[in-house]
Design a protein around this ligand. Structure first.
Ligand SMILES: Nc1nc2c(ncn2[C@@H]2O[C@H](COP(=O)(O)OP(=O)(O)OP(=O)(O)O)[C@@H](O)[C@H]2O)c(=O)[nH]1
Ligand SMILES: [Mg+2]
Length: 297
């Protein structure tokens, strides 16, 4: 059950109860916030004590297997979002069970992204002007570091990244003692659905980072990542264009351990930043980013 007006919520609740009673049901569990998964066992126990209807008890993340994977370390998800009002609720809801808190960085969207984020996320940072993906993710890193989280998950707000891969990322981080884990579309078939130009670009710059940064990865432009906050704190602030190249190269050169897992990632046909102009500017800007990282970091 999710609605903005409290009065409507009460009406809706009564409506559900009346319908359930008329159907002869023995009780109902109501969920007013879609932020967490429902702990059905505990909700049923509460229902036994409370009567006909009860508010759903959320899954307690600290009790889940996930906490044993991440050894009790605190985890924040950061979601950069620019005009993602349609996809954002589902992304937040699906991410929340795997982390302690979900931060949305609204990059001065012109649609309802901010309102949607405030309804579903734990924390919302609203940027006063559009900063681009690099600026938005860096704002998220700083917010998570300031709040003392141990691990940061970065996931896009457009629905391209499947949050159910987060446990695998955390497991890989622990098993391989990694500082960064990247979700790669090159370790499965999904890269084949991207345009030839885009694939060539990703291939080329990934090879470049592998050679110059001493890492061994397949998908440097992926924005689905897990980080140790201590490493993020040690890296410089990535500039807006090509934050992923800059960040991965710097991490490699500073000898942080960068690992990957396979994550299927369909191309985004809606609202992609990869228009003709971006393609044209891509190679020189990537080169500049590389030089800057090599010389200044
Ligand atoms: N395009 C764009 N995205 C932004 C901006 N600020 C934050 N974002 C968010 O950053 C994330 C990545 O942006 P995308 O445009 O999806 O970039 P991408 O996934 O590398 O490219 P596509 O495969 O074309 O989607 C999304 O969640 C965006 O909403 C911005 O100024 N422009
Ligand atoms: Mg995208």
């Amino acid at each position: 059950m999710s609605t903005k007006e409290p009065k409507d919520a009460e009406d809706l609740k009564r409506g559900f109860e009346d319908t359930a009673k008329s159907l002869g049901l023995s009780g109902i569990i109501l969920q007013s916030s879609a932020k967490s998964r429902i702990d059905y066992d505990r909700s049923r126990d509460e229902l036994d004590d409370a009567g006909f209807s009860v508010e759903a008890v959320p899954v307690d993340n600290s009790a889940t297997e996930l906490q044993s994977i991440s050894k009790g370390q605190s985890i924040a998800a950061i979601i950069p979002a620019y005009n993602e009002a349609d996809s954002l609720p589902e992304v937040i809801t699906a991410t929340a069970p795997y982390v302690d808190d979900v931060f949305v960085i609204d990059d001065a969207s012109t649609d309802d992204t901010e309102a949607v984020a405030r309804e579903h996320a734990d924390e919302v940072v609203s940027l006063p002007k559009n900063m681009g993906v690099g600026g938005a993710v860096d704002t998220g890193y700083r917010a998570a570091i300031r709040s003392g989280y141990d691990i940061v998950i970065q996931i896009d707000g457009d629905g391209q990244h499947d949050p159910s891969y987060i446990p695998k990322m955390l497991e890989t981080m622990e098993d391989r003692d990694a500082d960064m884990v990247i979700g790669s579309r090159w370790l499965n078939d999904s890269y084949q659905d991207y345009s030839l130009v885009r694939r060539m670009g990703i291939k080329f710059f990934t090879a470049e980072v592998n050679v110059l940064g001493g890492v061994d990865i397949t998908d440097v432009t992926s924005g689905f990542r897990a980080y140790r906050a201590s490493m993020l704190d040690d890296l410089g602030r990535p500039a807006n264009s090509h934050w992923a190249l800059e960040q991965t190269l710097e991490a490699g050169r500073k000898e942080y351990i960068v690992e990957e897992i396979s994550v299927p990632m369909p191309p985004d046909t809606d609202g992609s930043q990869f228009d003709i102009e971006t393609f044209a500017k891509y190679p020189p800007r990537m080169m500049l980013t590389t030089l800057k990282t090599l010389l200044l970091r």
